[in-house]
Design a protein around this ligand. Structure first.
Ligand code: SF4
Length: 652
């Protein structure tokens, strides 16, 4: 496949071509190791040659499972299950401690699930084991995750974790839209978040991150914008954005309804809002930090993603990535504890799958994940694989540079602004050949519960998420009177019988109905108010000044027409109490002013307007004195006259 084909395929299947590699849980089956003895020897040999690594410990418990969750999670466990799990975890840690003896630990995360769901005692047992069993590098900042509810309800636990050495804490807020939260099966409220943040700060945390999510089917830009501003108001040190990945979640079937443009646009909103508020990140990166020279991510993530440091994951379903292998612990597939428990009790490293990877796949894994930070550190790549990145990906780099998708700065190659938009096309350029083919095969679309992508999108689209101004049509209907040899224009006006502008003269017009076009509306209104049905109407313009109508945001489409004078009935209908013809004259005066006069036996109305040059090249008018004409109708009348002069007769 050419770079262009791979790039296009990635954009087309953007929900799959992301930083999560490999594409599916079965992609690496051909590399799977099965013999227990072989596995143990292989893993020992792998780590033997490694000097430093990071640790991840997984606590798979949550109160309920959010519908978008892609992690290994067990819902609402009993205390007994939690205690048993911690026992198993400690045994697994002990097994690894023998293999990793003397290795420097440069990053450590306690993640989940929700690790703070465990009791303080269990959390302490895990943390003591980390200190006692592994050689933790001195400056490593321990990182932990919590939910807002736990941070609110259990301040003593949050403080205990700080005292145990966890000085970075991450709290998932995801969204503050109550509608979206309830659809996603998640608790949350502003009072919870605010108390949670207070407890976190009082405990002493100075590295506090809030996670937010975007890319949901029915998450409007307004929802997301509100969430961003609310999160900024909570004053965290870092904000991390996660684009919903759908793969393997309860809402996977919704993926087709979310276009790449929606995700792109939401990221752009976030980038603008966050950087405007002092949260910095290179474009395309997910974590924004307001602390100078701090990426905002945990040491575990920073070292594994930027530096390509291998890592060991412990606990149910945890992932490990050695120099030449990728492994998932038992529980990753079935999300049950039984097999994990049995393996640990027998003294086996509890692998569900362990794959001995060819270098091409290890490279693809490292580079895909690197896009989490929106750049690849080419020096780290060389250190890890002994291969020059630019030589290895000569064609791909040529493609991304020529298309302004990435740029090289020193030892790093970064996404550009354009590249950040099209990241899903860029990542698969660095896939293995096998995975490129697999991505192509993903073109056999998954069923969206029997609906097309567009049907799915429309089924949840809520038009009330956007402002919906009212729309009206106004009609400047003229008649031509012959007086001696002269043609004179008369204009039909109605006297308003309702507020606003009650008793003022106005153009006939009214509100658009849902079942008619704007032209049908114009014809209907003039018929209702004056009994006139013009044979033709001509557009004058659209009037959208925000304050043009005191009732609210109302946009008017104005039309003009020439009608027969005799057809007009004496009294107006609908909200008009009278309808009359007025002689009309319009003259340009000195100082860029224009004088409009409409007059008949019973009234003379003079409006003064200022001529403006619009930025769009068309002359327009501004009312200085309306003389009693309603709304901005003096402007519409003058512009309708110009339209007639330009299209019907210049001498009118
Ligand atoms: S709280 Fe986090 S880990 Fe738990 S179910 Fe929700 S998304 Fe998954």
């Amino acid at each position: 496949m050419t770079c262009e084909e791979i790039y296009d395929t990635g954009l087309l299947y953007h929900h799959y071509a992301n930083t999560a590699y490999p594409l599916t849980p079965t992609s690496f089956m051909q590399y799977k190791l099965t013999d227990q003895k072989e596995i143990y020897d292989f893993v020992c040999a792998e780590w033997n040659n490694v000097e430093e690594l990071s640790l991840y410990i997984h606590v798979p418990f949550c109160k309920t499972r959010c519908k978008f969750c892609e992690y290994v999670v067990l819902e609402n466990p009993s205390e007994e299950v939690e205690n048993e799990y911690v026992e198993l975890l400690l045994k697994e840690m002990e097994m690894y401690s023998k293999i990793l003896k003397g290795k420097r630990i440069v990053g450590y995360d306690l993640g989940g699930g929700t690790p703070t769901k465990l009791s303080v005692e269990n959390l302490r047992r895990i943390t003591d084991a980390v200190y006692n069993l592994f050689d933790i590098q001195e400056n490593v900042v321990f990182s932990i995750e919590t939910t807002p509810l736990i941070a609110m309800e259990a301040p003593e636990k949050i403080k205990a974790m700080y005292d145990m050495g966890y000085h970075r804490i991450s709290m998932g807020v995801q969204t503050v839209s109550e509608k979206l939260l309830s659809e996603l099966g998640r608790d949350g409220s502003k009072s919870i978040y605010e108390k949670a943040v207070l407890n976190i700060r009082e405990a002493g945390y100075k590295n506090f991150n809030i996670d937010l999510m975007y890319g949901f089917l029915n998450q409007s830009e307004r929802d997301f914008d509100n969430t961003l501003h609310y999160a900024i108001g909570l004053n965290p040190d870092y904000i991390t954005l996660y684009r919903n990945r759908y793969k393997g979640t309860k809402i996977e079937y919704e993926a087709g309804g979310v276009s790449i443009y929606k995700a792109m646009y939401q990221y752009r909103i976030a980038y603008r809002v966050l950087t405007e508020h002092g949260y910095q990140a290179n474009v395309g990166k997910n974590t924004f930090s307001r602390i100078e020279d701090d990426y905002g991510t945990s040491d575990y993530l920073t070292t594994r993603v930027i530096n390509g440091i291998p890592y060991v994951g412990m606990g149910l379903g945890a992932q490990s990535f050695g120099i030449n292998y990728l492994a998932y612990n038992l529980g990753a597939a079935e999300k049950q504890m039984e097999r994990y428990k049995a393996a640990v009790k027998q003294g086996h490293l509890p692998f569900q799958d362990i794959y001995r990877l060819p270098m091409e796949e290890s490279i693809a894994k490292m580079v895909s994940v690197a896009f989490y930070f929106a750049f690849v550190d080419m020096a780290a790549f060389k250190r890890r694989f002994g291969v020059d990145f630019q030589e290895r990906f000569h064609e791909e780099i040529k493609f991304v540079l020529e298309n302004q998708l990435m740029e090289i700065k020193g030892d790093r190659i970064y996404l550009t602004e354009r590249g950040a938009d099209y990241i899903n096309g860029i990542i698969p350029l660095f896939y293995s050949e096998k995975s490129k083919e697999e991505l192509k095969l993903a073109s056999v679309k998954k069923g969206n519960n029997g609906k097309s992508d567009e049907e799915l999108f429309l089924s949840t689209y809520d038009i009330t998420d956007y402002d919906r101004p009212s729309v009206t049509a106004d009609i400047a209907a003229f008649t031509i009177r012959k007086e001696a040899d002269e043609s004179k224009l008369a204009l039909l006006l109605i006297r308003r019988g309702e507020h606003p502008y009650m008793n003022c003269w106005a153009l006939p017009g009214g509100f658009l109905r849902a079942d008619e076009t704007i032209e049908e509306c114009a014809l209907r209104e003039i018929k209702e108010e004056t009994n006139v049905v013009p044979s033709a109407i001509m557009p004058v313009g659209v009037y959208s000044d925000c304050n043009r109508d005191p009732r609210g945001r109302i946009i008017s489409h104005a039309f003009t027409s020439i009608v027969c004078e005799d057809a007009v009935r004496t009294l107006g209908g609908d909200d008009a109490i009278d309808a009359k013809w007025f002689d009309v004259t319009c003259e340009e005066e000195k100082d860029g002013m224009c004088r409009l006069e409409v007059a008949n036996d019973s009234a003379i109305i003079v409006s003064m307007l200022k001529v403006k040059t619009s930025t769009f090249g068309k002359g327009s008018y501004e009312i200085v004195e309306s003389g009693g004409l309603a709304f901005d109708h003096a402007v519409i009348i003058v512009e309708a006259l110009m339209t007639l002069r330009g299209n019907v007769a210049a001498d009118l």
